[in-house]
Design a protein around this ligand. Structure first.
Ligand SMILES: [Fe+2]
Ligand SMILES: [Fe+2]
Length: 189
């Protein structure tokens, strides 16, 4: 699926602007992680990683009251249009509910960056400037370590980057933050 088609699919299924931004953030982080983990990645591989980020929660508004169906409804809707490994990674990000275990680097990258993207947005919103450009990895790391801050962002899920992707947590935060800073205007931050 082309990026344009994926974006059109996303905006056709999701109306909440913040949720659209969550997908744009995950997309750009996934692209950076792909380049970092596979320096020779071709455009097809990059497209897959980006598509996973851009569509992973696209059925969220359809499954809000039925979390066990999250990603499975998306599969019913557009599974035939996606590469099987892309669809697999999307289902695996909800593996506690779907039972589809993350296996590949792409699966784990999606699982780990999902929560971090939210933590970074929350960190930007408490920064005096409220701007991604003003954030440093250190600032995000401090918020990460504050138990009371953005409690919905699962720290253990983020920290699996070390074990599953072989990327140290401070490095992971730095990669995600730099990626999101590149699209700050799209995120209105
Ligand atoms: Fe999700
Ligand atoms: Fe998500």
């Amino acid at each position: 699926m082309t990026r344009q088609d994926a974006l059109q699919t996303l905006t056709g299924l999701i109306s909440n602007p913040n949720l659209i931004k969550h997908h744009l953030a995950c997309e750009v982080i996934m692209l950076s992680l792909c380049k970092r983990l596979n320096p020779k990645a071709d455009s097809l591989t990059l497209n897959k990683w980006g598509t996973v980020g851009l569509l992973h929660d696209a059925d969220y508004e359809l499954t809000r009251d039925n979390p066990t169906q999250h990603t499975l409804v998306l599969e019913q809707r557009i599974g035939n249009l996606l590469d099987s490994d892309v669809m697999y990674a999307i289902k695996a990000h909800n593996f506690q509910k779907t039972g589809v275990e993350p296996k590949s680097q792409m699966d784990w990258a999606m699982y780990c960056c999902d929560e971090l993207s939210g933590l970074i947005i929350a960190a930007a919103l408490v920064h005096p400037d409220k701007k991604l450009a003003s954030l440093t990895p250190d600032f995000v790391m401090k918020r990460y370590n504050e138990k009371g801050f953005a409690q919905g962002a699962d720290r253990e899920q983020i920290a699996l980057c070390e074990q599953k992707l072989n990327i140290a947590l401070p490095q992971f935060i730095q990669i995600a933050l730099s990626a999101m800073q590149k699209i700050a205007p799209d995120l209105n931050l």
